[in-house]
Ligand binder design. Sequence first.
Ligand SMILES: Cc1cc2nc3c(=O)[nH]c(=O)nc-3n(C[C@H](O)[C@H](O)[C@H](O)COP(=O)(O)OP(=O)(O)OC[C@H]3O[C@@H](n4cnc5c(N)ncnc54)[C@H](O)[C@@H]3O)c2cc1C
Length: 429
Amino acid sequence: MKYLKGSNLIVFLTCITLALWVLSKNTLSDISQTPLRSISQAFSLVGLLYMMISLILSTRIRFFEDMMGGLDKVYEAHHIIGSISFVLIMHHPLLLAIQAIPHASQVVLYLFPSSLYAYNLGVVALYIMIFSFLFMVVFKLPYHLWKRTHQMLGFAGILGGAHALNITSDIAVYMPLRYWMMGWIGVGAASFIYMLIFYYRLGSIYKYKVTRIERVLDIVNVYAQPITRKINFKPGQFAYVSFSNKGLGSEQHPFSFSSGPEDPELRFSIKMLGDYTVSIPQIKKGDFMYMKGPYGRFGEVYVNGTKPLVWIVGGIGVTPFLSMLRFQQNLLNERQIEMFYCFTTREGGVFTDEINQLTMKKKSIHVHEWCSTEKGQFSISQIETILHQYPDYDVQICGPGPMMDSLQMQLEVRGVSDDRIIFEKFQLI
Ligand SMILES: Cc1cc2nc3c(=O)[nH]c(=O)nc-3n(C[C@H](O)[C@H](O)[C@H](O)COP(=O)(O)OP(=O)(O)OC[C@H]3O[C@@H](n4cnc5c(N)ncnc54)[C@H](O)[C@@H]3O)c2cc1C
């Protein structure tokens, strides 16, 4: 919940929904006489609202990024709100079924397909949600399958919305509640369809041509130049990228720019990790590269801030820092920066030479290489004397998830507040 800005707005929307639901009742005793049924109704309305908000948040619209301070925060909110909606919606038929005991035919109606079309919409939505969820939790799916399964949850949400609008319940009789929920279901459904069909076809897609490929160990540098329009990004940002190469298919993956915005060639530095990235070396000079974006706010504190910075970099998490280092090199004369570049083995410090070259003549940036097989695991206690030189500083971290979580805790116990620690998470899902 740490980054969940906009949570007040969610509470406000929840209150409106519940208030409309209460107003839909003739008397308050309608609620108290059948408590399980009432809780079930309230859960279903709020669950549906959250499901729609979660779908709306998945659209990567810049407004939400601005509001929450980065796409990773938006996705975090999307996951939290989506999970709460799942729990609430699951309880809806269960509570109704419990309330209906001992009337077996009614219990069956809430949980199994029947001749009633409106109920069936809800039952089918329920099954899709349960199976998608189990599939995602039980199996460690490769991303493309995970994504398809995840999309099924959105589809279930739309079916759930259709169910809510078609049953003879409070939504059917009280028009303010009906229009309120219709509005959310409509926008949620439009968001789902937009992401499913139009996101990759509409809007700004930047087309580049690959100019060269360079491989160093398990990292591949892909260089490219624009065919027509240049993408206008800030250092530390990322884009969703796909290639025309048949070996890679049309999947889009997020990668941070590792070149500076003013560099003559655009560069992504990609670590071969899973089924998609191991195929990156198949890319050839002349292939097309497509980008959606740019996204992210990671570099803002460097570009716009004034405080000294502590950069903690783990492995391939170096890419946004390379972009920052390459951006308006005169900035490096003005900012005090302590950069800790961490890698497991000496060879793993693939960008050491490049970083040293970029920072060689800059007095205000100090680069510390941290090879963990030589110095042990990087921790804040080992750099405390350096940090004590600065009365106030911001910290930017990009690296493996467990490393970032651990460093965040170590910094927080030393009194570094949340808003001074800026992350770039390489896992949005
Ligand atoms: C903001 C951001 C910036 C990134 N920058 C870089 C970079 O500069 N260099 C680099 O090497 N890697 C970067 N990554 C990570 C990179 O996107 C993943 O390593 C890559 O997508 C893994 O795909 P895979 O199929 O090879 O591996 P898999 O094993 O299938 O995936 C590993 C993990 O990567 C994530 N992932 C996979 N595919 C996607 C996708 N299409 N969209 C979102 N997440 C996905 C999932 O969390 C998955 O569990 C970045 C990620 C993010 C979110």
